[in-house]
Design a protein around this ligand. Structure first.
Ligand code: ADP
Ligand code: GN1
Ligand code: MG
Length: 373
């Protein structure tokens, strides 16, 4: 284990004695631990996270976002019989603050552990796709009326796809790790699709897509599904909740919940956009989000899947070219493998775009949509 989490536990006002700590989950950014605590003979688990402050430059502002959002959600779920599991619960440090700095200058936070539910790194069933999408749709819907000033932008330009494209070009030119020559095919893959990077950004600039409060990191393993019922219990990983486009959230669901393969799968024959999974996603998402989405947003749902898969592929390739400095890796070449699965999925989406668009339309019974192409 990289950190002395038992020592960090003492910085929080959680009763009992920490008896175990283990690395937990498979996130690419923060360091997550499950900490077991003995509370007068009762064993209770908590989640402790070291916030990656290279990525999130202002952990205090970030935690003020998360506190506002989780308090608001807790109030909304107040009458739910399962209220304590429906949102993350931030546990204060002894200072009373939601984030604390340890002896090494690292930033830590703690959450209640959501028991009886789990996350999935790869989609296994249509039901999971539908439930995950409904949970993210409900999450967006619940935050439509969040009172107060705009949330802090925890990572500026996070889904600015044109700037992600520019950063890839920069990484190719700099070629810091001397890898560009080996990935000419992947670089060209994205260059051929440069125009796509601009579509949603242009629509937003032209006032066709509203800025809302969105999650911005809606990959499948950022939603917990109930072990018993399979239903979406809680949307987690709230670091990037900030003003954004609903389409980016839906797009990341398509990226992570339509192919049965893992993100770093090396056998590319396993990577494909499964139309049944896509249909389940649209069903679950629109069930929750149809009341607040505009026609233009609905018209771009299928395209958003392609865009975010492309954007994420570009980010993996950029990181590979920069020498693997952003996403955690556990083996050499992993970021390149991740990039390749994204390219494969983009291609699969391109082949099925007409059908995907028809699926979306089949769920919308009112007046015909305005589809911008
Ligand atoms: P990262 O930002 O690194 O992706 P996450 O916040 O997504 O970190 O946490 C990593 C994993 O830890 C999640 O995918 C989930 O499996 C688990 N996890 C996170 N928060 C909780 C929680 N409150 N209760 C139970 N498990 C959690
Ligand atoms: C990161 O933190 P995690 O693992 O849920 C990344 C996302 C990427 C994703 C790719 C803050 O998500 O943007 O889409 O990896 N989060 C950040 O798997 O960059
Ligand atoms: Mg995560």
């Amino acid at each position: 284990m990289k950190h002395d989490v038992i020592r960090v536990f003492d910085l929080f006002s959680i009763p009992g004695k920490a008896v175990s700590a283990e690395s937990y989950g498979s996130g690419h950014i923060n360091d997550t631990y499950a900490v077991g605590v003995d509370q007068a003979g009762r064993y209770v688990r908590y989640i402790f996270q070291r916030i990656n402050h290279e990525v999130f430059r202002d952990p205090v502002a970030l935690m003020s976002n998360i506190e506002r959002v989780t308090r608001y959600l807790a109030a909304r779920f107040r009458n739910d019989p399962d209220a304590s599991r429906r949102t993350l619960t931030v546990l204060p440090a002894k200072t009373g603050e939601p984030v604390v700095v340890d002896h090494e200058g690292l930033f830590w936070r703690a959450y209640l552990f959501i028991e009886g539910a789990r996350t999935y790194d790869a989609i296994e069933s249509e039901k999971q796709a539908e439930e995950a999408a409904r949970a993210f749709g409900l999450f967006q819907g619940a935050l439509v009326d969040l009172p107060g000033p705009a949330l802090h932008e925890s990572i500026p330009g996070f889904h600015d796809t044109p700037s992600r494209f520019a950063r890839l070009v920069e990484a190719v030119l700099e070629d810091r790790a001397g890898r560009a020559a080996d990935v000419a095919a992947e670089i060209e893959f994205f260059q051929r699709r440069e125009d796509d990077a601009f579509r949603l950004a242009n629509m937003q600039r032209d006032g066709c897509l509203p800025l809302r409060i969105t999650h911005n990191d809606t990959k499948l393993n950022n939603v917990m599904l109930d072990d018993r019922t399979g239903r979406g219990v809680c949307v987690i990983d709230l670091d990037t909740v900030m003003p954004g486009l609903t389409l980016h959230d839906f797009g990341d669901m398509v990226r992570t919940a339509t192919s049965p393969s893992r993100e770093d799968e090396r056998d590319l024959s396993k990577v494909r956009m499964d139309m049944n999974m896509f249909t389940a996603l649209v069903r679950g998402y629109l069930d929750a989000a149809l009341p607040f989405l505009t026609r233009d947003e609905i018209g771009q749902l299928a395209f958003a899947g392609k865009l975010i898969t492309m954007e994420t592929g570009m980010r993996f390739l950029t990181d590979y070219l920069n020498g693997d400095v952003y996403f955690k890796t556990s083996r050499p070449g992993q970021n390149l493998d991740r990039c390749r699965t994204q390219c494969e999925l983009v291609t699969s989406i391109e082949h099925q775009m007409g059908e995907m668009q028809a699926v979306v339309e089949s769920f919308v019974t009112e007046q015909p949509m305005r589809v911008v192409s």
